[in-house]
Design a binder for this molecule. Structure first.
Ligand code: HEC
Length: 152
């Protein structure tokens, strides 16, 4: 709860004031996604709906998920990148498998910040929005994606 509040406060702070000038600065961007905008995801939904309900496509390109071409975070091709993260000398998380790494990344995004991508951007409140089943299905899906998407 405290984290949610913190995130909302942070988001509000990040929003430009109405007098912020040119239109290009008045677009709050995808990082303005707040917990209030995301419904609870039970995990009984089809996999595409799990991702779209949760809003992941706003920031991520996800192979096989229509419309998931976000560029804020890394492409979710964990079948390739997962092993690289775990082998990264700066990895300090607790995951031992790619599956665990995906779960950790979703519920505790700051455990490892992917080099080249902004920290404190991935929402920190997914643990309160995704059921354990939804989280399992997300990890099952992503750990197998080697997809043909452009890596950054
Ligand atoms: C507001 C933008 C945003 C949303 C929404 C978002 N993410 Fe992220 N995500 C990021 C950013 C930025 C990073 C990279 C920085 C970091 O590691 O925290 C990231 C990192 C990740 C990683 C680690 C990827 C890697 O290559 O190691 C996974 C896995 C992930 N996100 C899954 C998800 C899932 C699943 C959802 C939806 C439930 C989601 N994200 C929603 C921005 C977002």
């Amino acid at each position: 709860m405290g984290l949610v509040l913190l995130y909302v406060l942070w988001t509000l702070r990040a929003l430009p004031s109405p007098s912020a000038g040119p239109a290009v600065f008045s677009n709050p961007g995808p990082t303005s996604l707040t917990a209030e905008m995301i419904p609870l995801v039970s995990g009984d939904e089809p996999i595409v709906e799990i991702f779209t309900k949760a809003g992941c496509p706003v920031c991520h390109t996800i192979p096989g998920i229509p419309g998931a071409n976000g560029q804020v975070g890394p492409p979710l091709t964990l079948g390739v990148t997962g092993a690289q993260r775990l082998a990264d000398p700066s990895y300090r998380g607790t995951a031992g498998t790619v599956h665990e790494y995906v779960v950790e990344s979703v519920i505790d995004p700051s455990a490892f910040v992917v080099p080249g991508y902004p920290e404190r951007t991935m929402p920190v409140w997914y643990g309160a929005k995704l059921s354990a089943l939804a989280l399992e299905k997300i990890a099952d899906y992503l750990e197998h994606q080697t997809g043909n998407v452009l890596a950054k």
